[in-house]
Design a protein around this ligand. Structure first.
Ligand code: XIL
Length: 313
């Protein structure tokens, strides 16, 4: 991402998920998704669309103890879902999260109805269908805890290569970026990981960035949070493959964090009264300047010294 050109990316956080778009088989509901999408259209915002195939917030008819899918039947269900939802939003999304969170922490596949019935083919089916419905939209694999080198980030690289080896289109890796203020990935780790994805020819985006802290907050945790935001945005500004950052909801009262992680919160850039977290300025600073990693700084210093000594000779 260049630090010069900024446009606004928005995302529908919930209502385009399977549970809401196809609550019963073959019954589709786009009412609320359409509302958000038309606001994005009116204001010329770039919309990331989320999420087509995901084990969570999935309609119960797809995943319940009595549904015994054959591979053929479940594959048809995926094709129908991806097709109908993408057709509805054709031409309106910059990108789609085609598959969300298919991996476990150790880099193997997560147990889900899709994986149980179809194995890794479910990923291929989803991406192949998506590319057919709208060839021009960016197709993303999206997951969390994949922002630093780990068995899970290796799993992502494996998925990208698997699709590419089969000639199936994948354009991007979405780093959800749900961080904890006291132990975020470092700037260098994030740059290294983005570069590793980028080396496979895909783009990268932070798709759901938030940095949670223990509540009530204190000065130290707010400072940790500011550093974490600065490093994530700075990594995106510096690493060639990264195209943008979306934060996961607007201001603290809308955040999913307090519900999902009791005792934690204040994960966004504005408090309940709309005053800014210190992280706000850190983000602005990183957007303007990038954040120069200690490693890059060392490299630059060496290059500078080498250039100076060449001059002096
Ligand atoms: C969260 C929403 O923010 C919550 O409102 C909802 O109750 C649960 O899902 N990874 C994702 C997002 O891809 O869709 C999730 O969003 C957060 C984790």
């Amino acid at each position: 991402m260049s630090s010069a050109d900024h446009t606004i990316l928005v995302s529908v956080a919930n209502i385009t998920k399977w549970l809401f778009t196809e609550p019963e088989q073959g019954v589709f509901n786009f009412t609320e998704g359409d509302i958000v999408t038309s606001i994005a259209q009116e204001h010329g915002l770039i919309q990331r669309c989320h999420a087509l195939v995901w084990h969570s917030q999935l309609a119960p008819w797809v995943d319940n103890a009595t549904a015994e899918w054959t591979p053929e039947a479940l594959s048809a269900v995926i094709v129908e879902h991806v097709t109908k939802v993408m057709e509805q939003y054709r031409g309106k999304c910059y990108a789609w999260d085609v598959v969300n969170e298919a991996l476990d922490e150790d880099g193997t596949y997560r147990d889900s109805v899709f994986y149980r019935v179809l194995g890794e083919d479910f990923i291929k089916i989803a991406f192949r269908t998506a590319a057919k419905v709208e060839p021009g939209v960016k197709l993303y694999y999206n997951d969390y805890n994949i922002e630093k080198p780990s068995p899970k980030s290796e799993g992502v690289l494996r998925i990208v290569r698997m699709l590419q080896d089969d000639g199936i289109k994948i354009d991007g890796v979405g780093l959800q970026g749900h961080f904890v203020a006291s132990r975020p990935p470092t700037l260098d780790e994030q740059i290294a990981t983005i570069n590793a994805y980028g080396a496979l020819g895909v783009e990268v985006a932070y798709t759901e960035l938030d940095v949670r802290q223990t509540t009530p907050v204190n000065e130290t945790s707010l400072e940790w949070q500011a550093n974490a935001y600065r490093d994530a945005v700075g990594a995106c500004v510096q690493a060639e493959a990264c195209i943008g950052v979306t934060i996961w909801d607007f201001y603290d009262p809308f955040s999913w964090v307090p519900y999902t992680f009791p005792g934690e919160g204040a994960a966004l850039l504005w408090f309940e009264d709309f005053s800014k977290h210190p992280a706000y300025d850190a983000v602005i600073e990183a957007m303007k300047n990038g954040t120069v990693s200690p490693c890059k700084r060392r490299e630059r210093r060496r290059a500078h010294i080498a250039a100076r000594s060449a001059e002096l000779q």
